[in-house]
Design a protein around this ligand. Structure first.
Ligand SMILES: [Zn+2]
Length: 367
C-alpha cells in the first residue's frame, strides 16, 4: 500500500518522479477495486481530510518544501489533488456501472424458455361415480347427509334392527375399536360397516317427510381380492313419507339406473334379507356389457346384481318414533349401493385395488 515519501530533492525531475509514483500506486489500487465497499474504503484512505493520502501529500511535501520551491510544489500538489480526485470519481462510476451490469445479468430472464407445466388434478374415479350417483338423486329432490366413520354399536347395528348377538351381524365383518370393554355394548365404537347409521342420525334430526342420500366411506374386515376391499364407498338412500309403497322404490331405482347407465337398462328385483328392511330385495340391472344377451361379465345370465333395498322395517321407526316416525302413519324405503362396484362396471376395471393404489398411469385415464 502506498505511503507518502518524504522528499529531500525538490528538483522538478524529482518531483515528476514522486508524482508519477503516486499515480502509479493510485492506478494500481483502482484496478484492484471490485465493489462499492472496496471503493469507499479506498476513497477514505486517499481523501480523508485527516491523514488521507492527499492530506499527507500536502503536509509532507508542501509544508516541508524549501521556500524557493514552495510555489512550484504548491501548484503541483493542487494539480495532483484535482487529478487524483477525478480519478477516484471515475473509478466510482466504473464500479457502479459494472455492478449494475452484473445485477442485470443475474436477473436476466429468458422468455423463450418453455414454462413449467403443472398438471391439474382431476376427481378420483370413485368420487366421480359417487358424485354422479348423488347427483341423480339430488335431481329427484333428495338432500345429502353425512355422518361419522367411527360409529357406536347403537347407530351401526342396534337401531337398524340388528339386536345384540343377532346372526345378521355376522354378514358384516366389523372392525371394533380396542379397549372399550367397560362401556355398555351399545356405546362401543367401531368403524361403520355401512352408511345406514346416517339414516337413524338423519331421522333423529329431521321429522318426516325425509328424502336423503348418504355417500361415504365404510370399513369391513374383508381380505383384499379382485372385488373386495376393507375400505370402500357406499351411497345409501332413504325416503320416508305418507303413502310410500314398494312401487315408489322400484320406480325411483329404475329411474336412477337409467340415469346412470343409459335409458335402455332394465331393472328387476329379487327377494332378499336385510335386518332394517321388510320386505327386502336385491336389485339387478340388465347387463350393461351385452345388453342382456349373456356374456362372461354377467356369467351368461344377462343380469348384474347391483344393490340392496327394501321397505324400512317398522322396528327401525320405533327408535325414532318420538320424532314423528309412527309406522302406523308413515312408511319408507331405503337402498344402498357400493360405489366401487358401480365404478368397476361403468369403467370396465378388473381389480378393485387399482382404485386405491394411486398409480397415475391408471388414474390419468379418467382425466
Ligand atoms: Zn352380459
Amino acid at each position: 500500500m502506498y505511503t507518502v515519501p518524504k522528499l529531500d530533492d525538490y528538483s522538478p525531475a524529482a518531483l515528476d518522479r514522486a508524482v508519477a509514483d503516486l499515480f502509479g500506486a493510485l492506478d494500481a489500487e483502482i484496478a484492484a477495486l471490485h465493489s462499492e465497499s472496496d471503493w469507499k474504503e479506498f476513497r477514505d484512505r486517499w481523501m480523508a481530510r485527516k491523514n488521507g493520502v492527499l492530506t499527507q501529500v500536502n503536509d509532507t511535501w508542501l509544508k516541508a518544501a524549501p521556500k524557493d520551491a514552495k510555489r512550484d510544489v504548491g501548484q503541483r500538489v493542487n494539480e495532483l489533488k484535482a487529478r487524483a480526485e477525478a480519478a477516484i470519481d471515475a473509478a466510482h462510476e466504473k464500479i457502479h456501472a459494472s455492478s449494475a451490469v452484473t445485477k442485470l445479468a443475474s436477473e436476466r430472464l429468458d422468455i423463450t424458455l418453455p414454462g413449467i407445466r403443472r398438471p391439474i388434478g382431476v376427481k378420483h374415479p370413485v368420487l366421480r361415480v359417487q358424485d354422479e350417483i348423488v347427483a341423480v338423486f339430488k335431481a329427484m329432490g333428495y338432500s345429502v347427509g353425512e355422518g361419522p366413520e367411527v360409529e357406536t354399536d347403537y347407530y351401526n347395528f342396534e337401531s337398524l334392527n340388528f339386536p345384540p348377538n343377532h346372526p345378521a351381524r355376522d354378514t358384516q365383518d366389523t372392525l371394533f375399536i380396542a379397549g372399550q370393554e367397560q362401556k355398555a355394548a351399545r356405546d362401543r365404537l367401531l368403524l361403520r360397516t355401512h352408511t345406514s347409521p346416517v339414516q337413524i342420525r338423519s331421522m333423529e334430526k329431521l321429522a318426516p317427510p325425509v328424502r336423503i342420500v348418504i355417500p361415504g366411506k365404510v370399513h369391513r374386515n374383508d381380505p383384499l381380492d379382485a372385488t373386495h376391499s376393507p375400505v370402500f364407498h357406499q351411497v345409501e338412500g332413504l325416503a320416508v313419507d305418507t303413502n310410500i309403497t314398494f312401487s315408489d322404490l322400484k320406480g325411483t331405482l329404475d329411474h336412477a339406473m337409467k340415469s346412470l347407465f343409459g335409458s335402455s337398462v332394465k331393472t328387476r328385483f329379487y327377494p332378499s334379507f336385510f335386518p332394517f328392511t321388510e320386505p327386502s330385495a336385491d336389485m339387478q340391472v340388465s347387463c350393461i356389457f351385452c345388453g342382456g344377451k349373456g356374456c362372461r361379465k354377467c356369467k351368461f345370465s344377462g343380469w348384474i346384481e347391483l344393490l340392496g333395498c327394501g321397505m324400512v322395517d317398522p322396528n327401525v321407526f320405533e327408535f325414532v318414533k318420538q320424532n314423528g316416525y309412527d309406522s302406523s302413519k308413515i312408511a319408507g324405503f331405503a337402498f344402498g349401493m357400493g360405489v366401487e362396484r358401480i365404478a368397476i362396471l361403468k369403467y370396465g376395471v378388473e381389480e378393485i385395488q387399482l382404485f386405491y393404489e394411486g398409480d397415475v398411469r391408471f388414474l390419468e385415464q379418467f382425466a
